[in-house]
Write a new protein. Structure first.
Length: 163
């Protein structure tokens, strides 16, 4: 069993978190993550357990768990901020209301694209799939259960946001 433990800890020791952060271009002054949050995410993404990370960083597993949760929350907020900024800049913005039939979404998107002079390179079934997959539980069957925003960039890229 000790040999297995040594084998498990060896790859853990091999992860050079500074090098990982350097290769990823981490700059704590330019992002939403603290250095500690970035370290924890880097180590977790390389398969290290929270207990191993805690020992390595000289803290508790509970603290690592808390740091990781905060980091993931910050990443999600950053993603939403970027999606919001992209939606503001997109020439086509379509609000899909509750109770809308998913089959009606392509027509709404196509009409808005025609009005803005933007070409969308997706068929109606493709648009329904894109919206349905991105919407998650906001779409059930064919019905939109929660309001969605569909944007189309000038290059035809379709994005879906759930407020």
């Amino acid at each position: 069993m000790a040999a297995d433990d040594d084998a498990d800890s060896s790859p853990d020791d091999a992860v050079d978190v500074d090098a990982v952060l350097e290769r990823a271009g981490f700059d704590p002054s330019a992002g939403v993550l603290t250095r500690r949050q970035a370290e924890v995410l880097a180590l977790r993404e390389r398969g290290l357990k929270q207990s191993v990370i805690a020992e390595r960083l000289g803290t508790s597993r509970a603290n690592v768990s808390s740091v990781e949760a905060s980091a993931r929350e910050n990443v999600e907020k950053a993603r939403e901020t970027v999606a919001f900024a992209e939606a503001l800049a997109a020439p086509v913005r379509v609000e899909i209301g509750e109770s809308t039939d998913l089959y009606d979404v392509p027509t709404q998107v196509y009409d808005a694209c025609d009005e803005a002079g933007v070409k969308v390179n997706h068929t109606a079934p493709e648009l329904m799939r894109i919206v349905g997959e991105a919407a998650g539980d906001a779409v059930q069957g064919r019905q939109v259960r929660r309001r969605l925003f569909v944007t189309v960039d000038s290059d035809g890229t379709v994005r879906v946001r759930r407020p």
